[in-house]
Design a protein. Structure first.
Length: 297
């Protein structure tokens, strides 16, 4: 006898889509600003930031569509739902960040080898970079808030994009300010390389978090501990469990295990007993689907 119980928590779908749209709009504006100022000034660090924002825009578009798809109910072709679309989105976004970082490093090295090009309109670059950092602080904070509430890896990835953009924009602004003060134009590509190294580190962390659930890795140890404690609490007398398995798909936790019950228990008693365990697991692990395989001694 198998027992399956599905629990849902309310996910503010409109909030997820709205914040994804805000990210798309803000990135579009920042790309236009950075490209314009980068071309005017000839600054590789500003142009690298424009490319970074272009990747952010592509990531925001991917996140927008992935959150729409991931919350689609399960169907015949996707009986476990569409949650992993968000993980696929996160993997794609991390790869895009890798590409952007290596492009920045390539261009920065090229400029270091050709130092004769000077940067113009430094004050304009500083203003644009500072404004970009402030805009992305606001948008990334909102993205992180919704991502935590909905456990959305796609929105978390998008927020990470913008978080790195905040740091890199601020770094470029500081670098341009130092160039303005000292006149050392070689600082521009050096700042760009430092920006790229930070981006590489963040993208690697994102890739790890997004790729794991695609391989059906188990839930984190703290959640496994909660599940084991709940089941153990009910395992009195000769009742026992084994073969606990878990996996994550989007924000949904899938849990299944085998439960050994006494043969004298009636079907109704077994049903009620499993219901108690499932309800307790749900209290500890929201957004969970629990499958219990009942066996007799």
């Amino acid at each position: 006898m198998n027992r399956i119980r599905i629990f849902y928590t309310f996910v503010p779908m409109n909030a997820k889509i709205s914040i994804a749209r805000l990210s798309v709009a803000s990135n579009s504006l920042l790309i236009a600003m950075k490209l314009t100022v980068g071309l005017i000034s000839g600054s590789i660090s500003i142009l690298s930031e424009a490319i970074h924002s272009l990747m952010d825009l592509l990531a925001s578009v991917i996140a927008y569509f992935s959150v729409k798809i991931s919350d689609t109910p399960a169907d015949d072709n996707h009986p476990y739902g569409h949650g992993k679309f968000e993980n696929v989105s996160g993997v794609i976004e991390s790869i895009l960040i890798f590409i952007a970082a290596f492009w920045i490093i390539y261009e920065a090295i090229h400029k270091l080898m050709n130092p004769e090009q000077k940067i113009g309109s430094l004050w304009l670059g500083i203003v644009v970079m500072a404004a970009s950092a402030l805009v992305n602080v606001y948008v990334s904070m909102r993205l992180y808030k919704v991502a935590r509430e909905t456990e959305s890896i796609a929105l978390e990835a998008d927020a990470l994009h913008l978080k790195t953009d905040v740091l890199t924009s601020a770094g470029v602004a500081v670098g341009l300010f130092l160039i303005w003060i000292t006149g050392y134009h070689f600082l521009d590509p050096i700042v760009a390389i430092l920006v790229a190294c930070l981006i590489l580190k963040e993208s690697f962390n994102l890739f790890r978090r997004a790729y794991g659930p695609l391989l059906d890795v188990t839930l984190p140890e703290d959640e496994l501990m909660k599940i084991r404690l709940v089941i153990t609490r009910h395992c009195t007398g000769n009742i026992s469990f084994h073969s606990l398995r878990t996996r994550l798909s989007g924000n949904k936790r899938y849990i299944d295990f085998h439960l050994n019950l006494a043969p004298e228990m009636t079907v109704k008693e077994a049903h009620d007993f499993c219901d108690c365990i499932e309800n307790d697991i749900h209290q500890e692990i929201p957004n969970s689907e629990v499958t219990i395989h009942v066996e007799n001694f």
